[in-house]
Design a protein around this ligand. Structure first.
Ligand code: SAM
Length: 213
């Protein structure tokens, strides 16, 4: 059971474009209530409980001598998930949460760095959305600014060849964000998941192969 329907957007994007896999480390920005983090925990094997292949699973289930269905395969790498949000996020097994933290606050970067197991992550996810004022152009601009801020954080926390997936609301500055992403990533595409309500202006940029330093 996912905490929020938004999980289906990430599942849909990941099924199609394979951004998450066992062993990767993920920063989930705007993580509350935690549905994307639930998906990330499963897909990167943050709990270390995955089996490597169906054949091993079959073997474990069918062979009486090795029947240990509760034993994970250590060959499947274990990933890591850190979720950050302005709001409080209820605990989730397999994820580390930094609640009541503003991603745009420079102090947050230092806290994030202190919580990561390595210096940098493989994937930055952002489903962040500012409180909508209802003034479309203003909301658009606020979200673009959040994404641009996140892009500048990438320099400190994203591994070379890493991935960034970020939500935006379409408007006149979308192209500016897209161009900035193109400067820093080799592959940038726009995604409009089926699971996003048809009436919303919400889309995602998926930026892959971070050029880094
Ligand atoms: N992906 C989440 C899930 O699946 O549960 C849903 C995210 S919700 C659409 C957007 C979140 O972005 C809100 O919880 C909001 O508090 C958060 N947010 C907005 N601005 C933020 C900021 N500056 N720093 C951190 N989080 C922020």
């Amino acid at each position: 059971n996912y905490r929020c329907r938004s999980a289906f957007k990430l599942l849909e994007i990941d099924d199609k474009l394979q951004i998450l896999r066992p062993g990767l480390s993920v920063l989930d920005c705007g993580a509350a209530p935690g549905a994307w983090s639930q998906v990330a925990v499963e897909r990167v094997n943050a709990l270390g409980t995955a089996y490597s292949t169906p054949s091993i699973q079959m073997h474990a289930a069918n062979c009486p001598r090795t029947r240990r269905p509760d034993i994970a395969d250590p060959a499947v790498p274990t990933g890591f998930v850190l979720g950050v949000d302005l709001l409080r996020i209820s605990p989730l097994e397999g994820a580390v949460f930094l609640s009541e933290a503003d991603i745009a606050d420079p102090r947050t970067l230092r806290t994030i760095q202190s919580l990561l197991p390595a210096e940098k992550v493989d994937v930055i996810l952002s489903d962040m959305a500012p409180n909508a004022t209802g003034i479309k152009e203003l909301d658009h601009q606020k979200l673009i600014n959040l994404c641009l801020g996140l892009l500048s954080l990438s320099r400190s926390i994203l591994k070379p060849k890493g991935t960034m997936l970020c939500k935006f609301w379409d408007g006149h500055e979308s192209r500016l964000l897209q161009n900035r992403l193109k400067e820093q990533f080799q592959d940038v595409r726009t995604i409009k998941p089926q699971a996003s309500r048809k009436d919303s202006a919400e889309s995602y940029y998926l930026a892959r192969l971070y050029k880094g330093k």
